[in-house]
Design a protein around this ligand. Structure first.
Ligand code: AMP
Length: 211
């Protein structure tokens, strides 16, 4: 089964994907995580993608599609796509990619969250650059203030969580990614889920839908 989690920044795609992965045999493919890892390690991909990620712009399709193809390699198991596709060409590339493996995108779960909630969530979001773990100062604080539970490293604000960058990420979502939802609705594979409640409750709605 291949699932896409789609929603604005801060909708909780990453957290819900992690919960699904911990309960079911899925590979979690997050293009945002892959870009941040490449940036941290200063790989050629990181150097190409860095300026886009930092200012909240979409990385060009050719780079992003290449990254996903490389990350999946010859993996043919269940995948949760998180943050990919975000554009029409990416969605077409994914369909072709899956078709070649006699697979398809089975479900698209849209986490619906208002702009106000996005802003509130992202202002308090903190992350651990090495482990990639995400926290929130109020909703999901670390055990020791300002430190990652796993690695003990100092938590930081993601460069793209700055308010002016968040606005541009939201705009990209509404203008470029949102139209994909209509396309998936017509295909009959879209499930809209209220993404504003407690994470556990949202997770239960996703799981009962997938059952
Ligand atoms: P995310 O963690 O999913 O919010 O992604 C963080 C950033 O990575 C985005 O603001 C983009 O700059 C870049 N990015 C992630 N996924 C994509 C994608 N599918 N297409 C283009 N850029 C992406």
């Amino acid at each position: 089964m291949n699932i896409l989690l789609i929603g604005p920044p801060g909708a909780g795609k990453g957290s819900q994907a992690e919960k699904l992965v911990s309960q079911k045999a899925f590979k979690h493919l997050s293009t945002g995580d892959l870009f941040r890892k490449a940036l941290r390690e200063k790989t050629p991909l990181g150097l190409k993608a860095g300026s886009y990620v930092d200012r909240g712009a979409l990385v060009p399709d050719s780079i992003t599609i290449g990254l996903v193809e490389e990350a999946l390699g010859d993996f043919t198991g269940n995948v949760i796509f998180d943050g990919f596709p975000r554009t029409v060409p990416q969605s077409e590339a994914l369909d072709q990619f899956l078709q070649k493996r006699d697979q398809k995108l089975d479900h698209v779960i849209s986490l619906e969250v208002s702009d106000d909630v996005v802003l509130r969530r992202l202002t308090g979001r903190r992350w651990a650059p090495q482990s990639g773990k995400i926290y929130h100062v109020d909703f999901n604080p670390p055990k020791n203030s300002g430190k990652c539970d796993e690695t003990g490293e100092e938590l930081a604000i993601r460069s793209d969580d700055r308010p002016e960058v968040v606005q541009s990420r939201l705009k990209n979502f509404r203008e470029i990614t949102w139209p994909l939802l209509k396309h998936y609705k017509i295909r009959g594979i879209l499930k809209e889920v209220n993404g504003e409640g407690a994470p556990e409750k949202i997770f239960q709605s996703i799981v009962s839908f997938l059952k």
